[in-house]
Write a protein that binds this ligand. Sequence first.
Ligand code: FAD
Length: 446
Amino acid sequence: MQRVIVIGGGLAGSEAAWQVARQGIPVVLYEMRPVRSTPAHRTGNLAELVCSNSLKSLELTSAQGLLKWELRELGSLILEAAFQARIPGGKALSVDREKFSRYVTEKLEAHPLVEIRREEVTAIPEEGIVIIATGPLTSDAFARALQDLVGEFLSFFDAVSPIVDAESLDFSKLYWKDRHGWDHESYLNAPMTKEEYDRFVEALVSAEKHEPHDFEKSLGFFEGCLPIEEMARRGPETLRYGPLKPIGLEHPETGGLPYAVVQLRPENEEKTAFSLVGFQTQLRIREQERVFRMIPGLENARFLRYGAVHRNTFIRSPVLLLSTLQFRKDPRIFFAGQITGTEGYLAAAAGGWLAGFNAARLARGEEPVALPEHTMMGALFRYIATSNPRYFQPMNPNFGLMIQIPKHIRGGARRRFLAERAQEALRRWKETFLSASSTTSVLSED
Ligand SMILES: Cc1cc2nc3c(=O)[nH]c(=O)nc-3n(C[C@H](O)[C@H](O)[C@H](O)COP(=O)(O)OP(=O)(O)OC[C@H]3O[C@@H](n4cnc5c(N)ncnc54)[C@H](O)[C@@H]3O)c2cc1C
């Protein structure tokens, strides 16, 4: 029987190894800790949570809650461990981090089909089925091997702009226009007067920033990806000559040229979510809400993703991956976790689940499959495999990724509709691709 090699024993790699073994396929899991650590990990445990111990909301009508429902339905080891290590956390799933990662480690160590090797991998195996899950802090030597594999499509830090929910915008203050006149509906514009712009810049430069981790302090920024507050600090006019440039954006009704313009780019065909162009930022979350809601039309903006700039090793997945998480050029190789450009613990586990499931299929001589696009997991992997590579930055699970949403369903009803549709889609998919024995839930009800 062909065995599967998993590189990296974090959230994604641990889940992947479990799903491979669960299908009766032998797996070798390489984890370099504790022999060699990363700047953020502290232990030698598999699936260590490097920062927060919260796995976020459990409510089905939130994106994170729906993702948990799906992972649970699919028999995820990471979610099983989270419930085993659960501590009181209200509507969020919070865990005892030590108990959580020990549970995952012990389950994998005890599985007869899993062999764990504590060593750093420095080259991509030339043969066999391989899952790469080395995470945001991939070791330097392996990053060099990856660079040989994917060339310019490997990044070492992210520059993420916030995404807001279209339903929360005041469209009476916004207008559609593309400064080059190419496509009328490619940008939504928020015009600012001089007073609004000056107040905005002042708030931006004085807002509170995230304290970077020690290993991020030396993070150099490329000029094209400077945090918006850094740009503003260079001088009061800098933004007007950068991302808030008004040239070509005369108001369609008045014909007047605004003093400055914030541009919003649709994130999907239905235009249910918009990213703020050029707004990568290190501001704290509550400061992003306070300052970015000063933009006309965004006074009540609901944030689907917050902006960020981190040290983060990730590939440009839309160029490189299929939505089965296979590497297009060499489909025996899968990628999973943060390295594919997903964001967050459970998104990484979800990637691990799909890569592990598909690697086992491939080992049995079956075709890998994608998840239904109406599920949160399917929508996320569809996004990373098919979104516009030019603007690709790490993405968290959120309802803005969902497609084919009937226009008349809004607000809470929309979230309920999307959650129910996802549940139905996953149940149907399971009937086709998961045998009854492997779908038995490993979790008890909470
Ligand atoms: C400082 C920091 C703070 C974060 N805080 C949060 C947070 O609060 N909430 C959240 O949801 N997400 C957070 N994240 C993102 C978080 O890393 C991911 O959500 C999640 O851990 C990604 O899972 P992963 O499996 O892709 O990577 P990881 O969990 O990092 O796993 C990758 C594993 O690969 C191993 N490895 C690397 N290179 C090699 C090699 N060459 N050979 C063998 N093994 C190797 C590493 O030791 C590691 O165990 C944070 C990230 C960082 C860097």
